[in-house]
Design a protein around this ligand. Structure first.
Ligand SMILES: Cc1cc2nc3c(=O)[nH]c(=O)nc-3n(C[C@H](O)[C@H](O)[C@H](O)COP(=O)(O)OP(=O)(O)OC[C@H]3O[C@@H](n4cnc5c(N)ncnc54)[C@H](O)[C@@H]3O)c2cc1C
Length: 495
């Protein structure tokens, strides 16, 4: 176990110990650099948000042969799945559409073009993948059909991802110092030459030729959420780590780094109303409630407030949290009947859940705590009557089975609530990460507010600004962390 004295002077300091940091540290080490990783958390809570993930990993593929190079699949498995394709054009289009055409085209192209090769590199480091059926594809007429990439997930989710990357760091001889937050950058006016840290209650300095900031965004910090995301966001629950307090962003901007991207935007999902204020690693991502497209979602007035079926959950779920936060009381209920409950994800079957059931809608209504029962029953009556039932329900495509004439129509997957028992789940906003970050170059080097490069300073992961605006396509965060982690690590090592 390395001591703080052992690492008083190194080539590369990596701040953070999640996916982006671990990938950057491994890459820098593979280039021959002497590297140290600094983790604010204790070892049991290491790995930031990366440790909380379900392991969705977005990358391009031409055909099933590309996927077979990443995941072992039996012939019968292969025969029962239609993976389709996910070309560079498709992924780039998704990024552009999700961001309302604001994403930085050069950074986005870098992400997209490197995504498949990066998945292969991750496999070389020991990461295992499996087909994400049930989450990104449903069985219809005996076959799973993927609707838009995300064909493979990381085996064992975030916990296994972090354990595998840390095992690789250990094999590569990269020390990780726990409970050692970076508190500032050593900056001589021109270049960054190391970091100030707090270690076991004492202040220290670590000198380095370069520093890679990979210590997440500010989503865990209620003061910064209120300041940047807006009123009410301080009350959102945090889905993941408590350690992403925005320290990396602050220390970089303190020496003139340029903020970049959508600083008043964030990724926030529907999250169990009674989940704890920060993530619980024993539950991981399972407080999320992503099956909004098969539900009707009502607020305290018993009214629907969004088109639940506007798109597949992958393309809408990151907005649900913000929309729920705007509702009276900052909560909503998702309601399902037995026509769709078999499609619900595993997160709807955990024990720590805010759920009510009833055999009639009249018996369900008073159980929806905080909701006007009459308003709810009226909403359901009008919703059920407005569905065009001539169009068949199909969860694998945007089926066009919709309502007509409502103030808020549901434009796909609209089923009348009629088959008991009815199930309802209470949710609020769970914030995942904030979209604002730093301006980096194609080499992941940080720019200052005048557009000049900051010598010796690199950033990756959630700290990279300019990729996400307004919305987000699921599985992009981990891939962006890996892609920019590899670039930052190589650049910091002087490659
Ligand atoms: C519940 C949940 C589920 C998710 N599911 C997915 C998914 O399936 N697929 C996907 O692509 N994305 C998912 N995401 C998003 C994903 O987690 C992030 O995009 C990604 O993990 C960010 O990686 P990162 O390395 O930049 O940050 P993190 O993994 O958050 O790592 C930041 C690190 O910095 C450390 N740190 C913070 N401050 C300091 C400091 N001052 N000094 C030293 N260390 C510090 C933290 O302790 C942590 O180790 C999910 C997020 C959550 C919360």
């Amino acid at each position: 176990m390395a001591t703080i004295e052992d690492v008083a002077e190194v080539d590369v300091v990596v701040v953070g110990a999640g996916n982006a940091a671990s990938v950057a540290a491994l890459t820098a080490r593979q280039q021959g650099a002497r590297v140290v990783v600094l983790e604010a958390a204790p070892v049991a809570l290491r790995g930031g948000n990366s440790a909380f993930t379900g392991g969705a990993y977005r990358f391009t593929y031409r055909d099933v042969e590309d996927l077979k190079a990443l995941a072992e699949m039996s012939e019968s498995e292969l025969g029962s799945i239609d993976f389709g394709t996910y070309t560079e054009e498709q992924m780039f289009d998704d990024m552009a559409r999700m961001s309302q055409f604001r994403c930085d085209p050069d950074l986005t192209a870098l992400l997209v073009r490197n995504s498949y090769q990066t998945a292969l590199w991750m496999k070389e480091q020991g990461i295992r993948f499996y087909p994400a059926v049930g989450r990104q594809a449903f069985k219809v007429d005996g076959k799973f059909r993927f609707w838009g990439g995300l064909a493979l997930h990381i085996n064992g989710g975030g916990q296994e991802l972090v354990a595998t990357l840390h095992a690789a760091l250990e094999r590569a001889g990269v020390p990780v110092l726990y409970e050692t937050p970076a508190t500032g950058l050593l900056h001589d006016g021109g270049a960054v030459r190391g970091v100030r840290v707090s270690h076991q209650g004492a202040a220290h300095e670590i000198k380095a030729k370069s520093v890679v900031l990979a210590c997440g965004s500010f989503e865990s910090n209620p003061e910064m959420r209120a300041r940047y995301l807006g009123p009410g966001w301080d009350l959102a629950k945090v889905r993941g780590t408590r350690f992403n307090q925005g320290a990396g962003l602050k220390m970089a901007m303190d020496i003139g780094a340029a903020p970049y991207g959508h600083w008043s935007g964030s990724h926030a999902v529907a999250w169990d109303l009674n989940a704890p204020p920060y993530g619980d690693i024993t539950v991981g991502d399972q407080f999320q409630k992503h099956n909004v497209p098969f539900s009707i979602m009502v607020n305290a007035k018993g009214e629907r407030f969004r088109d639940e079926g506007s798109d597949f959950h992958s393309y809408t779920y990151a907005r649900y949290g913000g929309e729920i936060l705007q509702q009276p009381g900052m909560f909503a209920w998702q309601v399902f009947d037995q026509q769709v409950t078999h499609l619900l994800r595993s997160e709807y079957r955990i024990s720590r859940i805010t759920k009510v059931t009833a055999d009639t809608l009249e018996a369900l209504a008073p159980q929806l705590e905080g909701v006007d029962p009459e308003g709810f029953l009226k909403t359901v009556r009008e919703f059920n009557a407005a569905i065009d039932q001539s169009i068949p329900f199909d969860p694998n495509v945007k089926d066009g089975r919709r309502t007509n004439g409502l103030a808020v129509d549901k434009t796909n997957w609209a089923n009348p609530l009629r088959e008991p028992p009815f199930e309802a789940y209470a949710v609020t906003a769970g914030v995942t990460f904030a979209f604002g970050g730093l301006k980096v170059t194609q080499r992941a080097q940080v720019e200052d507010t005048s557009g000049n490069l900051i010598d010796g300073l690199y950033a990756c992961g959630e700290m990279v600004g300019g990729l996400y605006y307004h919305n987000y396509a699921s599985g992009t965060g981990l891939m962006a962390g890996s892609v920019f982690g590899r670039i930052a690590g190589a650049s910091a090592a002087g490659a």
